[in-house]
Design a protein around this ligand. Sequence first.
Ligand SMILES: Cc1cc2nc3c(=O)[nH]c(=O)nc-3n(C[C@H](O)[C@H](O)[C@H](O)COP(=O)(O)OP(=O)(O)OC[C@H]3O[C@@H](n4cnc5c(N)ncnc54)[C@H](O)[C@@H]3O)c2cc1C
Length: 471
Amino acid sequence: MAQPLDTIIIGAGTAGLAALREVRKRTDRYLIVNEGPWGTTCARVGCMPSKALIEAANAFHRRHTFEAFGLRGASALTADLPSVLQRVRALRDDFVAGALKATHELGNNKVSGRATLLGPRSVDIDGTAYATRSIIIATGSRPRVPEAWLAFGDRMLTTDTLFEQPTLGPRIAVIGMGPIGVELSQALARLGLQVAAFTTGHTLAGLSDPTLNAELAALLKQDMVLHMGAEAQLREVPGGIEVASGANRVVVDQVIAAMGRVPNIEHLGLETLGVPLDARGLPTVDPQTQQIGNLPVFLAGDANTHTPLLHEAADEGHIAGLNALAPNPTRFRRRTLLSIVFADPNVAVVGPRVADMDAHSTVTGTASYTNQGRARTAQRNHGRLCVYADHASGRLLGAELCTPDGEHLAHLLALAVQQQLTVHDLLGMPFYHPTLEEGLRTALRDAARQLPHTHASDLAACPALGVPALD
Ligand SMILES: Cc1cc2nc3c(=O)[nH]c(=O)nc-3n(C[C@H](O)[C@H](O)[C@H](O)COP(=O)(O)OP(=O)(O)OC[C@H]3O[C@@H](n4cnc5c(N)ncnc54)[C@H](O)[C@@H]3O)c2cc1C
């Protein structure tokens, strides 16, 4: 083998590209290798095309409120699904072109092919072995589909194939109601497809608060048929694919498997590292350094399964890129957890899930948006917000929510949690009127009333005026 490289980055997704940015500043003795299409999961088949679809669906869905606004003629509007999907692909192509610019001029530093580890300092790329001082693994994940379901051929869709379809349905089943299943099932239902959604569990979109789960389930049922609590079984029947779940049966034209994602690790040769692997074949990865044991090998992004979200993949790639070329790895403080699901109303979890908090030392402040003033003016008065605070200190621990424009409230709450603000600190901030943020203030006041020291200036101890627009 020739003189070793300084590092090899395996995978050119968000994590790999974030690592590349740091690596390029420090050395030109590196390779970035990617199997399959370049352009990142996020831009090609993930965050961006899914959001483009959701925007079309929600724009069309708004017609149901037009009569209430005094706007007539909504019933004449139609959703032209092929055109909707065409717009999604056109936008997608643009986002992919942007991502491709990051690797456009890398010359021989960029290789297409499959990388397999031969050990902690050696990588095989399609039959050629490369010696290297460090390795950054950023191989991402792919949709989980039961082997037997592949027999349904091109009627078995995943997010890898959904956006490529010229049209869809008209009857479609979505199996799995985590973040991706909730986003896609609601969007497709709102575009006029007959959607039946299935989930084995009783939680939706990553929420753990039972009140919020119940509220979200009721809202989703306005758009689609939703079956929870039993495993879905599929079989071929005349006229389509039958999905059976408990006592429920539905025949559909296509099925979307949204049952989570599996890390792309099985062909990687992780066993050559000589460290213990768990039942999934994954080594332990330090979330503050991204390092595997004390090896010069770093595992970043969806592939390590820690927090499969884009901003986390970018952070992890950045950390791996810095540490792979450093004499000693630096330990980085990680951000407050923030996950947002672009359902309508938006769903979000900030900080640890309430199910993982100590129920005895935690108070919950809650506010419904059903009667929230600003939400009512927009015909968007649905959902609920819960904030969780430490009883002794009043510090905000986290929040779960399902509210209009919840994505923005979630960012505000993440900022507060990371800054270790208390409920009283937050109530001391200005709240403009009339805004959706006033719903957050209602939840904070509810929490404040349960804390030992209610500050007079918070108004938390004041009784309601009985005037919705002012309370
Ligand atoms: C439908 C959908 C919607 C989403 N929406 C959001 C959202 O709204 N917000 C959010 O934060 N996150 C969202 N995500 C998650 C987000 O897209 C991922 O967390 C992120 O893209 C992960 O980036 P990554 O770099 O880890 O992996 P990827 O971008 O998947 O990159 C991994 C790359 O490695 C390559 N590779 C694999 N094995 C090898 C090998 N052996 N050799 C060489 N190359 C290899 C792969 O082909 C791929 O190109 C969504 C995901 C999906 C699917």
